[in-house]
Design a protein around this ligand. Sequence first.
Ligand SMILES: [Fe+2]
Length: 340
Amino acid sequence: MRFPSPLKLAAVFALSALALPVQAEDVNVYSSRHYDSDDALYARFTEETGITVNRIEAKADELIARLEAEGKNSPADVFITVDVGRMARAENAGLLQPFTSDVIEARIPAHFQHPDNLWFGVSQRARIIFYAKDRVVTPPATYEDLAAPEWKGKVCIRSSSNIYNQSLLASIIETHGEESAKVWAAGVVGNMARAPQGGDTDQLRGIISGECDVAVANHYYFLRGFAKDVDGLTAGIDGIGWVWPNQDGRGAHVNLATASMTASSPNPEAAAKLLEFLVSDFAQAHFAAANNEYPAVAGVSTNGNTDHLGEFSADETTDTAAFSRNSAKAQAIFNEVGWN
Ligand SMILES: [Fe+2]
């Protein structure tokens, strides 16, 4: 077993002050997601089932370290992350158990499920291309275009240590193979307007400040600029255009918020009920709306804010499990091409 780093251990001890009870009528959730509106979501589950939901919320890597440290004695029943790559870390550490459910099979598309039913997608998060409307006439139409010579010195994208870029490159490896993916990554590095810095919102701010003509970010960072006053974004948001990538091909790269049952779940029946609840129309709409995401279940409506971005087709041919399967290869390529 791998030992958690001192940082992780510190997080584990900090969290352990919030020990959860193990009771038959309770379900214990470790979640790397937190929105105020989650309270209403879980309250509804309790209303419907009589099962109390206890939550510990922290960064995914901290929760994974905690699950590892607790081992078989962990009180956690359900683990929720906001991307496939982090869920893969839990998967690789043996922290999850497969579970099958007719409800989930019927509701969640096959490509949003782990092949051995270790997790499934709860909501969709698209990684898309943004551009400066006043400086760009024909923006890149595909992820592949981001590496084209015409964008030299114009592209802003965050660091390779970020899991969103790791999953994007993993999907490109799955589509084109490792060699082509390396050429692509080197091309993007050659086109960078500046050394990678900041989060996704900072890439959008770079368009407004004039540093970047083209930027890559998850869709909801842009939508937040409409929903509330985001410093450096909202005031200039009308100057930002967007492209749903690869619409004439495989579709836009979409990551998933994912839910799973822990290997050590003391109350797997309650865990299964909660996981099934998460794919209900109510939970799907509520879960996605909290962060301007797209539900994983087809036909469930989004909150109105997503209307800003219009319709799109998502990549449904690339298996989302490949994001984790190819993550080590992606990291090696990033290192090799100097994408810091
Ligand atoms: Fe995010």
